[in-house]
Design a protein around this ligand. Structure first.
Ligand SMILES: [Zn+2]
Length: 233
């Protein structure tokens, strides 16, 4: 049940009517969910209409205020991060010991931090641990599968690259790599391992990558599409 209040020629505000047996007199409530008229069960429609009309300025003012607030909340949506290709909301809470909890059911990651002002550093540390663990698990498997030897591995806070390798055979991976789905992380490792055979992005190089990862084009595309949204908020 609702009624419409015409404010200007092309603006009407919808007012939801909420009858309640405990409500004695007409009352308006404005908030993020719009405007509600609290009315007694036996309210008089005509009376409500003129009451609403008399509160026109107040309705307009509060609706604009909450409308803007709602718009700003939408921009706060960047409180999302990625982990293994999944999208999560995150919370930061102050605690005596730092820890991180992942709820897959709620799609929520909670960072318990000792210093709220340094939460981004805590998030980076957490990503670094996750990425290190995955690389330590998968890289030796992939290297022996494709019969290549690498030297040292490091996980770094690289600004613009997912990974790189040196002529000495040292491999560097971006600490945010664990944000990507597992098969995309595999592709990044395969890409660097193949550079140990073909250092340049030559035709032969891409041929080797394709043999090792037939879906490599899809995985490169994922990285290209997501590299802008994957960051520490
Ligand atoms: Zn490359």
């Amino acid at each position: 049940m609702s009624l419409s209040l015409v404010v200007t020629e092309n603006t009407t505000i919808r007012i939801d009517i909420c009858p309640n047996k405990r409500t004695k007199r007409l009352r308006l409530v404005s908030g993020m969910n719009g405007v509600q008229a609290m009315v007694p069960l036996n309210y008089n429609a005509k009376e409500l209409e003129s009451f609403v009309a008399s509160k026109r300025d107040w309705i307009l003012k509060t609706s604009q205020y909450y409308g803007k607030l709602k718009e700003r909340c939408r921009w706060l949506e960047p409180y999302t991060i990625y982990f293994l290709g999944g999208r999560y909301r995150f919370h930061v809470v102050k605690d005596r010991q730092p820890s991180t909890m992942i709820s897959d059911a709620l799609k929520l990651i909670t960072f318990h931090v000792t210093d709220m002002r340094r939460y981004k550093q805590h998030m980076r540390e957490w990503y670094k641990q996750q990425t290190s663990r995955i690389i330590a698990d998968r890289l030796p498997v992939l290297a022996s599968r494709f019969n290549v030897n690498y030297n040292k591995v490091s996980i770094k806070n690289q600004k613009s690259r997912w990974a790189s390798c040196s002529k000495k055979g040292n491999l560097h991976f971006n600490l945010l790599l664990s944000a990507a789905p597992p098969n995309v992380i595999d592709y990044v490792m395969i890409h660097e391992l193949m550079h140990l055979i073909e250092f340049d992005h030559s035709h032969q190089f891409w041929q080797l990558v394709k043999e090792a990862d037939p879906d490599y084009k899809k995985h490169r595309e994922w990285l290209a599409n997501y590299s802008l949204v994957i960051r520490v908020a």
